[in-house]
Design a protein around this ligand. Structure first.
Ligand SMILES: CC(C)(COP(=O)(O)OP(=O)(O)OC[C@H]1O[C@@H](n2cnc3c(N)ncnc32)[C@H](O)[C@@H]1OP(=O)(O)O)[C@@H](O)C(=O)NCCC(=O)NCCS
Length: 192
C-alpha cells in the first residue's frame, strides 16, 4: 500500500479538466500538472515573465529547480484548497493559472487566483477558458470569495476579470516597481 505523502503525480494520473476550441479553432486542453511537466513549466514561466511587465517576475526570474517544481506539483495536486491548471495546445504549454487559499478554518472560504497566457496566444479566448475552470473549482470546493491583484494599467487583464464579474475594491499604491517606475495594484474580488 502506498503512503499518500510520498505519492507522485505522474503520466498515469493525468486529469483533464476540460477541452475547448480557441477562437482560432485550435484545441485547448486544460489539465492538472504532473511531475513530467516540471521542466516545461519552468521554461514557460521564464518566457512568459519577459512577455509583459504585468507579472510579479520578469524574463528568466523564475528560479525553482526542476526538483523543487516537481515537489511543488505534488504539493499543489494534494491540496484540496488549490488547483493549478495548465493550458496546452499541440502539447505546448500556452497558459498557466492557479487558485489557492488558506486551510485555516476562519478564512478557508477565501481564495486567490493568478493567471498568465503566452503572448502569441493572447486574445483567442484562452484566458477566459482558464478563468471559467478556476471559478468552477472555487465554487465546487465551497469558496465564497475570489480575490486578485492586477497592475493598474493592465487593460486586458482588467477586461478579463470584469467580464467574469470581478469588482474593483481597492488600490495598493506603488505596489509594482518596473525598472524604477512605480505602478499601483488594483485589488478585485468576486463573490460566488
Ligand atoms: C491577461 C491575460 C491572462 C488575458 O488572457 P487572454 O487569453 O488574452 O484573454 P481572452 O482572449 O480570453 O480575452 C478576455 C477578454 O479580454 C478582453 N480582450 C482580449 N483581447 C483584447 C484586446 N486585444 N484589447 C482589449 N481587450 C481585449 C476582451 O474583453 C476579452 O473577452 P471577449 O473575448 O469575450 O471579448 C493575458 O493577456 C496575459 O497572460 N497577459 C500577461 C500576464 C498577465 O497580465 N496576467 C494577469 C496578471 S493580473
Amino acid at each position: 500500500m502506498y503512503n499518500e505523502s510520498y505519492y507522485k503525480y505522474t503520466k498515469d494520473d493525468i486529469m483533464i479538466l476540460n477541452k475547448v476550441s480557441s477562437k482560432n479553432d485550435e484545441v485547448l486542453i486544460l489539465r492538472k500538472p504532473i511531475i513530467e511537466d516540471a521542466k516545461s513549466i519552468i521554461e514557460y514561466l521564464n518566457k512568459v515573465g519577459g512577455e509583459s511587465d504585468n507579472l510579479l517576475f520578469g524574463k528568466d526570474e523564475f528560479h525553482l529547480t526542476e526538483e523543487q517544481e516537481m515537489e511543488y506539483i505534488n504539493k499543489v495536486n494534494k491540496d484540496t484548497n488549490a488547483l493549478m491548471i495548465l493550458g496546452l495546445i499541440n502539447n505546448e504549454i500556452v497558459g498557466i493559472a492557479q487558485v489557492y487559499g488558506s486551510n485555516r478554518k476562519r478564512i478557508v472560504h477565501n481564495s486567490e487566483i493568478a493567471i498568465s497566457v503566452r503572448k502569441k496566444y493572447w486574445s483567442v479566448g484562452i484566458g477566459s477558458a482558464i478563468m471559467s475552470e478556476l471559478i468552477r473549482f472555487a465554487r465546487e470546493s465551497g469558496k465564497k470569495n475570489i480575490s486578485l491583484g492586477v497592475k493598474a494599467n493592465n487593460q486586458k487583464a482588467l477586461k478579463l476579470y470584469e467580464k467574469f464579474g470581478f469588482q474593483k475594491i481597492g488600490i495598493h499604491k506603488d505596489y509594482f516597481n518596473i525598472n524604477g517606475t512605480y505602478h499601483d495594484k488594483i485589488l478585485m474580488m468576486l463573490q460566488i
